[in-house]
Design a protein around this ligand. Structure first.
Ligand SMILES: Nc1nc2c(c(=O)[nH]1)N[C@H]1C(S)=C(S)[C@@H](COP(=O)(O)O)O[C@H]1N2
Ligand SMILES: [Mo]
Length: 328
C-alpha cells in the first residue's frame, strides 16, 4: 500500500501457471482437516470425482446467512480476479505475488491460540474451528484502501461465535489478531515493508458485531492460500487491510492493540480504518473506487464509495458521537 497506486496495467497469470501438484498438496492438507471434522463430505466427494476446474479446492458449503447485510445482490467479482489480484505482503508486494508464491504456505496442521482477558483461553485446531458454528455464505463488498473493490462470496461464521465460546472478561475491551510470520513459508518476510508479524485489532464491540466474519472459504470452497488460508478475518465496513489473513493468535486486551499498518504509517492508517468517502487518505481521495473486473480502459468508470462501505445501517451506531476524521 505504501508503494503501489493500484493494479492498473496488471497482467493476470494464467491458471495453468499453478501446477496441479501444488494444488493437490494444499488440497490434501485441507481434506485431512475436513475429514476429521465431519464437515463438507460433499467436498471430499467432489474431490474424488474430479471437477471441471482443474485445480479445484475442497468444497466448503455454507448456508445462506440470515445476518442483516450479509447478502449483497451485486454482481460477484470473478473467482479468477478474487484469487489472482491480492494483497498479502508476506508473499510480496505486487498483486500477482500471492497467487504466484503462496503455494509454500502450509494451511495445515494449523492452530489458533486464544489468550488474554478471557475465562476460557485455549488453542483451537482447525478441526475444532470448523466445527464451532454452522458455515454460512456471506456476500460482502471488500474495499481496499488503495481505491479498488470486489464483491466476494465468503464462507465462514460470525467471529462472535468464537468470542462467546472463550468468555471475555469484563476488562476486555479490544481484540488483537496476530497472523503467521514464518520465513520458511513466506518469502515476503525478507522485505521490511512491515514489522512482522502482520497484526490487526478491533474494539470488542466491533468484533462482536454479527457482520465480523471468521472466514474459512470463498466461492463454496476452502480458502486458497493467497486469500489467507486456512482462516482469516473479514470486516466488510473497514478497509481491506483490517481483514487479517492466516491468523494464528487472537488476544483479548484492555488497551488498544498496535496494528502493523498503523505502526508503519500512523498518519495514513488509523486504528479504526472505517471506509469513509469523506476522509481522504493523505495521498489520495477515498471518494470513489474502481470495481475489479469492470475496468473500461481509459474510460473506466469509478463508483462512489459508500459510508462504512454501504454497511452504515448495520454498524453506524458503533461510532455514534465519534469524530471520524480524528478516529480514522
Ligand atoms: N496477513 C495479511 N493479511 C492481509 C494483508 C496482508 O498483507 N497480510 N493484506 C490486507 C489487504 S491490504 C487487503 S485489501 C486484503 C485483501 O484480501 P484478498 O486478497 O483476499 O482480497 O487482505 C488484507 N489482509
Ligand atoms: Mo488493501
Amino acid at each position: 500500500m505504501l508503494i503501489r497506486t493500484g493494479g492498473d496495467g496488471f497482467q493476470h497469470p494464467l491458471s495453468s501457471d499453478i501446477t496441479p501438484r501444488e494444488a493437490y498438496f494444499s488440497r490434501r492438507l485441507w481434506l485431512t482437516a475436513l475429514a476429521a471434522s465431519g464437515v463438507a463430505w460433499a467436498g471430499r466427494e467432489a474431490f474424488a470425482q474430479g471437477s471441471a476446474r482443474p485445480n479445484r479446492l475442497a468444497a466448503l458449503p455454507g448456508q445462506r446467512s440470515a445476518v442483516d447485510g450479509a447478502t449483497s445482490a451485486e454482481k460477484l467479482t470473478s473467482y479468477q480476479d478474487v484469487t489472482q489480484y491480492n494483497n498479502f505482503y508476506e508473499f510480496g508486494t505486487s498483486k500477482s505475488d500471492p497467487a504466484a508464491r503462496a503455494d509454500s504456505l502450509k494451511p495445515g496442521p494449523w492452530t489458533v491460540q486464544v489468550e488474554g482477558l478471557v475465562n476460557k483461553p485455549g488453542t483451537f485446531d482447525l478441526d475444532a474451528l470448523l466445527k464451532l458454528a454452522p458455515m454460512e455464505e456471506r456476500i460482502y463488498r471488500l474495499r481496499c484502501v488503495e481505491g479498488w473493490s470486489m464483491v466476494i462470496p465468503w464462507v465462514g461464521y460470525s467471529l462472535s461465535a468464537l468470542i462467546k465460546r472463550v468468555e471475555p472478561q469484563g476488562s476486555a475491551k479490544y481484540v488483537e489478531f496476530v497472523t503467521l510470520a514464518d520465513p520458511k513459508q513466506m518469502p515476503g518476510l525478507r522485505s521490511r515493508v512491515l514489522d512482522w508479524p502482520y497484526t490487526e485489532g478491533l474494539r470488542l464491540d466491533e468484533a462482536l458485531h454479527p457482520l465480523s466474519l471468521l472466514a474459512f472459504g470463498l466461492y463454496g470452497e476452502v480458502l486458497p492460500n493467497q486469500n489467507g488460508a486456512p482462516v482469516r478475518l473479514v470486516v466488510p465496513w473497514k478497509y481491506g487491510f483490517k481483514s487479517a489473513k492466516s491468523i494464528v493468535k487472537i488476544r483479548f486486551t484492555e488497551r488498544q492493540p498496535k496494528t502493523a499498518w498503523n505502526e508503519a504509517a500512523p498518519q495514513e492508517y488509523g486504528f479504526y480504518s472505517n471506509v469513509n468517502p469523506q476522509v481522504a487518505h493523505p495521498r489520495w481521495s477515498q471518494a470513489s473506487e474502481r470495481r475489479i473486473g469492470e475496468e473500461g480502459g481509459l474510460f473506466a468508470k469509478r463508483r462512489p464509495t459508500l459510508m462504512f462501505n454501504g454497511y452504515e445501517k448495520q454498524v453506524g451506531q458503533l461510532y455514534a458521537g465519534m469524530d471520524l476524521s480524528k478516529f480514522y
